[in-house]
Design a protein around this ligand. Structure first.
Ligand code: URA
Length: 290
C-alpha cells in the first residue's frame, strides 16, 4: 500500500477511535488540510479533469430551443477560468472527503466525474461500480459502454457532455469481491452536496437521470418506479431533468420496446437542446415494417 494510503488509513482509524471515545470536534490547521490534499490532486485519475473548451465541444447546440438560460441554483453563473477553477477545487474536496468512513476504507478511487465543465447535457448515474472504482472514471464498465453508444447515437461524444454519479465512492460490499449494492439513503444524502455543486458550476441545460436510484439521489425523492416516472421532463431548480432507464437495466432487458423507450427519452432530450434529429435517428428501434 502506498505511503499516503497507509497514513490515511491510520488517520481514519485514529479519528474513529477518538469519535468512539466521545470526541466530536478536532482542531485542524488549514495549512495541514491543504498539504494533505496536495498528493490527491496530483494523482487525479484520468478523465476526471474537464478538458479545455474548444470548437464543437460543450455548448455546441443552438440555445434558442434549449432549456432555460439561467437556473435557480444559488450564486453567480461561472464562466471561463473561474468555472474551471471551481470544478477543480470541488474535485479536490471530493477526493479528500472522508465522511463515509466505510467507503473510504473500501474505495480505490473517488470517482468525481468526466467530460467538459461547459456541457449543455449532463448524465447522472447511481454510483461507481468495480470498473469505475478501479479506473477513477464514471461509466467505463459494460453499462458505461452502452451509455457511450447512446451518447454517440445522439451525435455527441463523451467529451461533449458531462457524466457524474450521485455517489462519488463505490458502495462497499463487505465479504464480496464482486457485485454492486444500491447506495443507502444516508450515503446519498451525505454525498448529494457534491453533485449539487457540480450542477451549480456546470449549469447544464438538461440533466438525464439514469435509473430510479439516480432520480432519487438527484431529486431528493424516494421510492421511484422508473417504468412510470421515465419519459417526462421534471425540474430541478429550473433545470429540466429527463428520468430514464439505467443502461444496466437495458442490458438486462434487451427487448426492442425497452430500447425504443430509452431512445425516445433521448430524442426528447435532443429536441429540448435544439439538436438536429435525422430521419434515421428518429426511427431507431422501431419494429421492422412488414
Ligand atoms: N453505474 C452507475 O450508476 N454509475 C457508474 O459510474 C457505473 C455504473
Amino acid at each position: 500500500m502506498p505511503e499516503f494510503e497507509q497514513l490515511l488509513e491510520a488517520t481514519i482509524r485514529h479519528v474513529e477511535s477518538l469519535k468512539a471515545e466521545g470526541v466530536l470536534t478536532l482542531p485542524v490547521d488549514q495549512a495541514v488540510v491543504g498539504e494533505l490534499m496536495r498528493p490527491l490532486v496530483r494523482s487525479a485519475p484520468r478523465g476526471s479533469q474537464s478538458p479545455p473548451r474548444h470548437e464543437g465541444v460543450g455548448r455546441a447546440f443552438p440555445s434558442s430551443q434549449a432549456g432555460p438560460a439561467s437556473s435557480e441554483f444559488d450564486g453567480e453563473r461561472l464562466t471561463g477560468e473561474a468555472k474551471a477553477q471551481a470544478i477543480v477545487h470541488l474535485q479536490e474536496r471530493a477526493m479528500a472527503c472522508v465522511k463515509c468512513s466505510h467507503l473510504v476504507r473500501s474505495r480505490r478511487n473517488v470517482v468525481f466525474g468526466v467530460g467538459t465543465h461547459d456541457a449543455e447535457l449532463m448524465f447522472v448515474g447511481e454510483a461507481p461500480g468495480m470498473d469505475e472504482d478501479a479506473q477513477g472514471e464514471p461509466f467505463v464498465g459494460k453499462a458505461g459502454q452502452l451509455l457511450t453508444r447512446i451518447i454517440e447515437t445522439m451525435g455527441l461524444s463523451r467529451e461533449q457532455v458531462y457524466i457524474g454519479n450521485v455517489l462519488k465512492c463505490r458502495p462497499d460490499t463487505p465479504g464480496r469481491r464482486y457485485g454492486n449494492r444500491k447506495p443507502t439513503p444516508q450515503e446519498m444524502v451525505t454525498c448529494r452536496p457534491f453533485l449539487m455543486e457540480q450542477i451549480r458550476i456546470i449549469q447544464p441545460r438538461v440533466l438525464v437521470a439514469l435509473g430510479a436510484t439516480a432520480v432519487e439521489g438527484l431529486m431528493g425523492v424516494s421510492s421511484v418506479a422508473i417504468t412510470r416516472y421515465r419519459g417526462e421532463f421534471r425540474e430541478l431548480k429550473g433545470i429540466p431533468v429527463m428520468p430514464t432507464y439505467h443502461p444496466s437495466y437495458v442490458l438486462r432487458n434487451q427487448s426492442l420496446p425497452i430500447k425504443r423507450q430509452i431512445w425516445e427519452d433521448m430524442l426528447k432530450v435532443m429536441a429540448r437542446l435544439g439538436m438536429p434529429i435525422s430521419e434515421k435517428q428518429q426511427g431507431y428501434f422501431t419494429p421492422p415494417k412488414r
